[in-house]
Design a protein around this ligand. Structure first.
Ligand code: HSE
Length: 316
């Protein structure tokens, strides 16, 4: 039996313009790696933290990678402990699902060293407990795609004392590429959630519901025209755009260069676009980077295929 395992969980884009706190997809960009080792002493201990982020909470109940493990060890009344090392590939406060990736990778790695494997539903639940340390609430729009891979719609249902996730994988339209651009800026999820009004206008609700319905139908029908018409966030993006310097120029540039839709990646500041075909995606990428540069921001970017978006996996 394995007593040590390393898992990788990919970056992800949450909200996807029309599905605030629900929709998300994984991206073959950066990822987080977590190594979990069984120890004879019960408890969860944080070992090395390396990579693009090293300043993380050292209290295992407050760390996104380990909070789920603390709860898991308690629920299963484990007689052994875990030593956890984290290698962060996803920048902090980037809107690329870094907290979710750490939480997911830790649970997937821990699962590989348990005597009895967890169900998928339990892995999602414990990952969510970890992720909530960063975002302050339960929403699975990063955790679900980072765990499962591809495009997902995930709803959090609390059945008992633990969050339960209902996950549906959606088909990605072939030939669709994601452009993900990360400006060199940190935006905390809690800050970006803090600017949101608690209520929305009925008219906006109807428009956003129509866009979400059209978006999902377009995925199943492989209908690029319907996708493009539905790809608009009338609720969240207008409230957050001011947090991202140059956002409107970045979006206009992406649309002019031929993208199907462009919006804020998760809570931002990264911005993503969906594009038909790799060549056009590369042109959109260039346009978006140029627009961020006009706002005085350097950025890092990735172009990846949506149809083979990665899932979390044990890598060692
Ligand atoms: N749906 C979340 C938000 C994603 O936009 O705040 C970040 O956790």
């Amino acid at each position: 039996m394995k007593t040590r395992a390393t898992a990788m969980a990919p970056a992800s884009v949450a909200n996807v313009a029309v599905g605030f706190d629900l929709l998300g997809f994984s991206v073959a960009a950066a990822g987080d790696e977590v190594t979990v080792e069984r120890t004879s002493k019960p408890g969860v201990e944080i070992g090395d933290v390396t990579g693009v982020v090293t300043q993380v909470p050292k209290d295992s109940a407050k760390n996104t990678a380990t909070a789920g493990l603390v709860r898991l060890a308690h629920d299963l009344d484990l007689k052994f402990g875990f030593r956890v090392s984290i290698k962060k590939g996803i920048p902090l406060g980037s809107g690329m699902g870094g907290s979710a990736a750490s939480a997911v990778a830790a649970i997937v790695a821990a699962n590989a060293v348990l005597d009895k494997p967890l169900t998928e539903a339990d892995m999602l639940s414990y990952s969510l407990i970890g992720e909530a340390q960063a975002s302050g609430s339960y929403h699975a729009d990063n955790v679900a795609p980072s765990f499962k891979g591809g495009l997902t719609i995930a709803r959090v249902r609390s059945i008992d004392d633990r969050p339960r996730v209902e996950l549906v994988s959606l088909p990605a339209i072939p030939e669709t590429y994601t452009v993900l651009v990360h400006p060199q800026l940190i935006l905390e999820t809690k800050t970006a959630r803090g600017v949101l009004k608690a209520d929305i206008h009925l008219k906006s609700h109807v428009e956003q519901a129509a866009n979400l319905a059209g978006f999902i139908a377009a995925c199943y029908r492989q209908d690029f025209d319907l996708l493009k018409r539905s790809f608009a966030d009338v609720v969240i993006e207008p409230q957050r755009a001011h947090l991202i310097p140059g956002f409107h120029d970045v979006k206009d540039s992406a649309m002019k260069a031929g993208s199907l839709g462009c919006s804020i990646s998760g809570a931002g500041p990264s911005v993503f676009a969906w594009v038909r075909g790799r060549e056009l995606a590369e042109a959109v990428e260039k346009a978006m980077i140029g627009a961020f540069a006009r706002a005085g921001l350097e950025s890092k970017s990735w172009v990846s295929s949506l149809t083979d978006a990665p899932a979390a996996k044990v890598i060692a």
